[in-house]
Design a protein around this ligand. Structure first.
Ligand code: FAD
Length: 533
């Protein structure tokens, strides 16, 4: 017999991984071989609008993990399977073939994934195979923080207060480091059940999610794979100053960062985090959403730097502020688990379900790649970064090049799509998933519903960002716009943030697609009277 660890899309690491650690200790205690498996499921990637970049990043990490597992003498089976509804049966047959009697995995909170795992339990248990699913994605698992009335929090600040208190009280549980597997018995290489697993390589691509050679090389350069790279990026964030040079599609580890613990990016985070004209934030989101880096490690490392080993004690500093951002990640995952309708195309606030959009796309329409030809002119211009609003265009071009953009810019462009262009937030949510390398259903949905004023703890509907004043705040030097919209590089000050029609014409840049004041009035009217134009 043997013990299996089933790795999934959000826990692709060896270090500080709860399910893997449990599987490895079960194997050690019972003196059984440990086997790791990953099932590539293209239909799931289509259903979740996964970006080709995210799939490519996953495969690059799996290839490195194959190597690391091999050094631990653990066979790592990476296999593709369709249709997705048959994955539990397919897995069961694999478990029976290798005579597995226990399987461990970290929980994925999306509805389809939960159903799949329940089905595996139902199939495996009668066959004498014990299936265990454990929490690992968040610091505090969904369901652990509840209101006095037993319900889930839908407002962030009381959730955050309870989160900080709980983490501080139970640091042993929430900030512990799970042990890594130790090298398994070498003789399992000779066991014919596993021989082919050691020899089978990780596929280089997944059909329909292939990046062209140029994009693929660029992504490998900008977003290096592997746990070591993720840890190095974390250490740089803790120890180095922000650089204007980090604006473009450059590797966060590229040289040029000045080593200095004083005034490092995390220490200045409280003041600087909304600045997009320097690399003020960690750029760790893709490593966190793919699970290449443990969120517990982020908090442990940040607290070690401050010397204060209480989350509450760090609250007023840049370090504390950064830890609170990681709590947002937990909050949105908890919302997804408690109110699964938000992931099914429904607004959390049902009263806004009937707001009239200019470009309605039914929530049931999957994979907008096939519906792109039906995009309205306005949607096309938003996607291609040609709206004539420089900060929006720079943001959309940055997303297209890098698969990532700063949080404040995500907010500005999302709010622009929804409230200035009056395009359904679900269209933007889907487009982000298709483009982002850090795409995460819970955080993306949370971010979009916040901007659209339809979500938990949303921005009130009458708060409509003025893209021009937001632009001056997020990009005070104008360097971000100049980098991504080079045709405007000769403009300075307010002219750069809001070019006049004559300046736009002169530089071959489009005139603004909407008059912000007029579109603001339209949004206020439609939100105030859902269902009416
Ligand atoms: P840092 O500022 O260094 O923050 C550290 C970590 O905290 C991040 O890596 C992330 O894991 C977490 N975090 C920070 N802000 C948020 C937030 N508002 N919500 C949830 N977690 C947060 N984040 C994703 O990981 N995947 C997404 O698909 C995603 N889509 C978004 C869509 C919209 C419309 C908006 C407004 C936000 C979205 N975010 C998403 C949240 C946020 O923009 C990114 O996590 C952040 O920009 C990542 O940059 P960073 O790693 O430098 O963050």
């Amino acid at each position: 017999t043997c013990i299996v660890y089933w790795m999934r899309m959000a826990d692709i690491r060896i270090t500080d991984n709860k399910a893997l650690s449990l599987a490895a200790s079960a194997a050690r205690h019972s003196d059984l071989p440990l086997v790791a498996v990953f099932v590539i499921s293209p239909q799931d990637y289509i259903a979740h609008d996964r970006s080709a970049r995210r799939i490519d990043f996953t495969l690059r990490n799996l290839a490195l993990l194959k190597e690391s597992f091999s050094q631990l003498h653990v066979p790592f089976h990476v296999v593709s399977h369709e249709p997705r509804k048959d994955i539990p049966k397919f897995l069961l047959s694999f478990l029976k073939d290798i005579k597995c009697n226990e399987i461990y995995a970290n929980i994925e909170y999306e509805v389809d994934e939960l159903r799949r795992d329940i089905q595996l339990c139902e199939l495996a248990n009668p066959q004498g195979i014990k299936a265990s699913f454990v929490h690992n994605k968040c610091i505090v698992e969904p369901g652990a923080i509840i209101k006095k009335d037993g319900g889930s929090y839908a407002v962030y600040s009381p959730y955050q207060k309870a989160w900080i208190k709980l983490v501080d009280e139970e640091q042993g549980q929430y900030l512990c480091k799970y042990s890594s597997p130790e090298p398994n018995d070498k003789s399992i290489r000779k066991d014919e059940r596993f021989a082919h697993i050691f020899d089978t390589p990780v596929p280089e691509d997944v059909q329909d999610f292939t990046l062209g050679d140029v994009d693929s090389a660029k992504m490998a350069e900008v977003w290096p794979a592997g746990e070591n790279a993720a840890n190095e990026i974390l250490q740089r964030f803790l120890r180095t100053k922000a650089r204007a040079a980090g604006l473009g599609a450059v590797n966060p580890l590229a040289s040029g960062a000045e080593k200095s613990v004083k005034n490092s990016r995390i220490q200045n985070y409280e003041l600087d985090r909304d600045r997009a004209d320097k690399d003020t934030t960690s750029r760790l989101s893709l490593y966190l959403s793919s699970g290449v880096l443990s969120p517990r490690e982020c908090i442990r490392a940040a607290m070690k730097l401050s010397g204060n080993d209480h989350v509450d004690g760090n609250r007023q500093s840049g370090i504390g502020r950064w830890i609170q951002e990681i709590a947002w990640r937990d909050f949105y995952t908890s919302v997804l688990a408690s109110f699964p309708r938000v992931s099914m195309g429904r607004p959390f606030l049902e009263k806004y379900a009937s707001v009239v959009w200019e470009n309605h796309q039914s929530p049931g329409e999957t994979n907008s790649k096939n519906t792109a030809h039906r995009d309205s002119e306005a949607l096309k211009r938003w996607k291609s970064g040609t709206t004539g609003v420089p900060i929006v265009d720079a943001t959309m071009r940055c997303i297209q090049e890098m698969g990532w953009v700063h949080n404040r810019l995500r907010m500005i462009t999302a709010m622009f799509l929804v409230k200035d262009l009056m395009i359904d937030w679900r269209v933007g949510e889907r487009y982000f998933m298709e483009q982002l390398i850090d795409g995460d259903l819970a955080s993306n949905n949370g971010g979009w519903q916040w901007c659209a004023s339809t979500g938990v703890d949303p921005c009130p509907y009458f708060r409509i960002f003025n893209p021009y004043s937001q632009s001056s705040k997020a990009d005070p030097t104008g360097n971000f716009i100049r980098h991504w919209v080079p045709e405007l590089r000769k403009l300075k000050g307010q002219d750069l943030h809001r070019p006049s029609p004559s300046a736009a014409d002169k530089f071959g840049y489009p005139r603004a697609i909407v008059d912000h004041e007029k579109s603001r009035e339209r949004a206020l009217r439609r939100y105030k009277n859902p269902g009416q134009k």
